[in-house]
Design a binder for this molecule. Structure first.
Ligand code: PMP
Length: 354
């Protein structure tokens, strides 16, 4: 149990009004959670303080060797005014898996949850209530030793910042166009692909820029060894429904284990749909799309929850999926997950935390 010191802001910012589009990641609330770490001392001085710039030495290790971990989850307001977190235990577990891979000291899971709850409660008035909106929660740890040698840092800062975000699809679910990357790779087994850390995202930028320039919204990565097996999308895991079976790449060490992915597998199984977690080659996808066996394709992630995929491009071929429309399983998953998250439907999976 953390003894969290609280320093309230003396100059609160105006809370965005109902019509603000709340563009993702642009607005931050009044407060943040901070806790420090020192080798031998452990995590210390948990506090909620006004959201403000922090001061670090230019030599702080995070700037040079990227030793950092981050997470992303959301808080939702229900119609009866309760605040719900969606499976925070899963994000906390993944954060500590990332920490271990990145030689960052682990965080006590109960303390982590207490910190999230405390800072969300402090800025509860910032949680938007309009359909599809939420409060995005960004916990992260950075290495702060002022040192230019390459080794794990001895000091760290753990912070949680909060950002109200608008509906991902203000006009309703909208299929996205995906670019299957055949030049760059994101991660390899044995690397850091399954950790949530900045390095994986900077590795993706060149490809993302190329795809955007061609009119595609996200990149689908192939494996780094054979360059033929499907891995995941820029910020989503990927699902295919082929001949009545739901198929998604097996977690192999280079794919981020998404919380939404895990939830969708559980729901499909609950509904009696066959689900396979296995290797899927890009050739299998091309063939299924050509023969008409490909029924649906969708991505899963905290930001959009479900993103139906309307088109997939590989080299010079463009595959149209569902005639660019939205399939029934994608739709049912979207309605069910968002319904549970916002308290609109009974939480029969026991996933929300008040
Ligand atoms: N893959 C990557 C690379 C991601 O950044 C994300 C977003 N966190 C996901 C998958 C989906 O994970 P989640 O469902 O936990 O948001």
């Amino acid at each position: 149990m953390l003894d969290i010191r609280v320093e309230k802001t003396t100059s609160p910012k105006p809370i965005p009004d109902k019509d603000n589009p709340l563009v993702f990641g642009t607005i931050f609330t009044d407060h943040m959670f901070v806790m420090d770490y020192e080798e031998g001392k452990g995590w210390y001085d948990p506090r909620i303080v006004p959201y403000a710039p922090i001061s670090l030495e230019p030599s702080a290790m995070v700037f040079h060797y990227g030793q950092e971990m981050f997470e992303g989850l959301k808080a939702y307001k229900t119609e009866d005014g309760r605040t719900l977190l969606f499976r925070p235990d899963k994000n906390i577990e993944r954060a500590n898996n990332s920490n271990r891979r990145l030689c960052i000291p682990e965080l006590n899971p109960e303390d982590f949850l207490q910190a999230i709850k405390a800072v969300v409660k402090m800025d509860e008035a910032w949680i938007p209530t309009k359909e599809g909106t939420s409060l995005y929660i960004r916990p992260f740890v950075i290495a702060t030793d002022p040192f230019l040698g390459v080794r794990p840092s001895n000091t760290y800062k753990f912070m949680i910042i909060l950002s109200p975000v608008g509906a991902y699809y203000p006009e309703g679910l909208n299929p996205v166009k995906i670019w299957i990357e055949d030049e760059y790779v994101r991660a390899v087994k044995g690397g850091i692909g399954e950790a949530k850390t900045g390095g994986n995202y900077v590795a993706s930028l060149a490809s993302q820029v190329k795809a955007h320039d061609e009119g595609y919204s996200q990149v689908l990565w192939l494996d780094g060894v054979h360059r033929k097996y499907i891995e995941e999308v820029g910020a989503m895991n990927i699902f295919f429904k082929i001949n009545g079976t739901v198929v998604t790449p097996k977690l192999n060490g280079s794919i981020l284990p998404g919380v939404t992915r895990n939830s969708c597998i559980a729901l499909c199984r609950e509904w009696g749909l066959p689900v396979e977690e296995r290797q899927i080659s890009v050739d299998e996808i091309l063939e299924a799309a050509k023969s008409g066996a490909m029924e649906e394709v969708w991505g899963t992630g905290t930001a959009a929850v479900i993103s139906p995929v309307g088109a997939l491009r590989f080299e010079e071929e463009v595959m149209q999926i569902q005639d660019g429309g939205i399939g029934p399983v994608s739709h049912k998953l979207y309605d069910t997950v968002t319904g549970i998250q916002t308290g609109k439907i009974d939480d029969f999976m026991n996933w929300t935390v008040e």
